[in-house]
Ligand binder design. Structure first.
Ligand code: F0G
Length: 340
């Protein structure tokens, strides 16, 4: 499959002669989830966005944002991030030959994401503050310098990410309408993008957004000054696309609910152990929400698994079983393999 700008150019703001910075993102797997389907009494599908080149859905938005930055003659790209946007921006900046700078909350991003941003040669700034503060600071900086801001406040990010909705419709076809979309909500760009994609395609599945209890401003209807959750990707207290997300959920007759860290981690382990799908904790929030609140009459549900489990090896190791030590002889190996 070509990258998504090439695949969906007729529905994106790019002309054939425009520069394209791509890592062949998009066209991610949509897999049926038999065990989850059984638990919720609906047909549940998982959109595996961790299969994108840098391991998260951010690549969809980044191919568009960085291609547009090159078209506009930008020399550098900048973002605030809980990790995945940083990894993606760093990769696409490297590919475009641009300088990348990312501001992340110090000590609060998963190890894989930090490794990616550094490997791709971005300047990584660890802010002694949270994501919301980082976003406010980069917005200010981008106004004073000719730097492309590639957070989802950038309209090209939304354009790229809306293609995931097109893919769902292309893959399931008109004979399998999607009744509901379950999606984790942090800065609220992705739910905004899916809703734009569905709206352009003339369909309106219920948009069901899920936030972590300790970082649930949309559920509370008020900013959260000190957001906290194990799902570090969505540890956000003041989403930039707040209004658009609320509109998407209202107009689709969906809603937004909170899930606890314990529920997120239960869903995270269940997906890995029983569906063979390893996503990161923030992604599991969508499935946790579906398991807690039910499908609400929907016959067909898609859960967006936004990032790969390998992004956050530390949480995985804390949440899983221990290894079995073994001496290098046949009898010991036999006991170790077959168990007590
Ligand atoms: N899932 C993952 C894995 C994420 O990295 C994010 C956001 C979300 C869900 C929520 O998406 O912000 O569009 O509502 N991560 C951003 C980042 C904030 O900096 O990587 P959203």
């Amino acid at each position: 499959m070509p990258g998504l700008i090439e695949r969906y150019r007729d529905r994106l703001p790019f002309a054939p002669e425009d520069p394209v910075v791509s890592l062949q993102e998009g066209s991610t797997p949509l897999v049926h989830a038999p065990r989850i389907s059984e638990r919720v009494g609906a047909d549940v599908w998982l959109k595996l966005e961790g299969a994108n080149p840098t391991g998260s859905f951010k690549d969809r938005g980044m191919t568009c944002a960085v291609s547009a930055a090159v078209r506009e003659g930008a020399q550098a790209v900048l973002c605030a991030s809980t990790g995945n946007t940083a990894a993606s921006a760093a990769a696409y900046a490297a590919r475009a030959g641009l300088t990348g700078a990312v501001i992340v909350p110090e000590g609060k991003i998963a190890a894989g994401k930090l490794a990616q941003a550094l490997m791709h040669g971005a300047r990584v700034i660890a802010l002694r503050g949270n994501f919301d503060q980082a976003l406010a600071l980069v917005r200010e900086l981008a106004q004073r310098h000719p730097i492309a801001l590639v957070n989802s406040v950038n309209a090209f990010r939304i354009e790229g990410q809306k293609t995931a909705a097109f893919e769902l419709l292309d893959e399931l076809g008109p004979e399998h309408p999607i009744d509901a979309l379950c999606i984790p909500v942090g800065n609220a760009g992705n739910i905004t993008a899916y809703w734009k994609g569905f709206s352009e395609a003339g369909v309106a599945p219920r948009m069901l957004g899920f936030q972590a209890e300790g970082a649930a401003p949309l559920v509370r209807g008020a900013r959260v000054e000190r957001p906290e959750t194990v799902a570090s990707a969505i540890r956000i207290g003041n989403p930039a696309r707040w209004e658009e997300a609320m509109t998407a959920m209202r107009d689709s007759r969906g809603g937004v609910e909170a899930v606890s860290d314990a529920e997120i981690l239960d869903a995270y382990r269940f997906l890995a152990a029983h569906e063979g799908v390893f996503c990161e904790p923030a992604s599991a929030a969508a499935v946790a929400g579906l398991l807690r609140y039910g499908a609400d009459g929907a016959a067909s549900v898609v859960c967006v698994l936004t990032g790969h489990g390998l992004k956050d090896p530390q949480t995985a190791l804390e949440q899983s079983g221990s290894v079995v030590p073994c001496e290098p002889d046949a009898a010991a190996v036999e006991r170790a393999v077959l168990g007590p």
